[in-house]
Design a protein around this ligand. Structure first.
Ligand SMILES: [Zn+2]
Length: 74
C-alpha cells in the first residue's frame, strides 16, 4: 500500500528559547483576528516545557508563546 512512500522528513521547528526540538501537541480552533476566520493553532512544546503555538495554515509564521501551556497534550 505504501511502498511508494518517499522518505519524508517533516521539518519540526526548534524551540526559540532553548533550541530544543519541539513536539507537536494539540490543535486549538480559534477565531483569528487578522482575517476573522476560524483557524487552528498547532501547539508545540520542547523538553524544557516551553510551549508555543502557530497557525497551522501559516507554517512560515514565527512561533508565538502559548499563554495556555496546559493545552499541550490534551
Ligand atoms: Zn525550550
Amino acid at each position: 500500500m505504501s511502498s511508494e512512500a518517499a522518505p519524508f522528513h517533516p521539518i519540526y521547528p526548534v524551540c526559540p528559547e532553548c533550541s530544543g526540538q519541539l513536539r507537536a501537541g494539540g490543535m486549538l480552533l480559534c477565531r483569528r483576528e487578522d482575517d476573522g476566520r476560524r483557524a487552528c493553532r498547532q501547539i508545540w512544546a520542547c523538553a524544557g516545557q516551553h510551549v508555543w503555538w502557530r497557525w497551522s495554515d501559516r507554517p512560515a509564521d514565527d512561533l508565538e508563546h502559548c499563554p495556555h501551556p496546559q493545552l499541550f497534550g490534551d
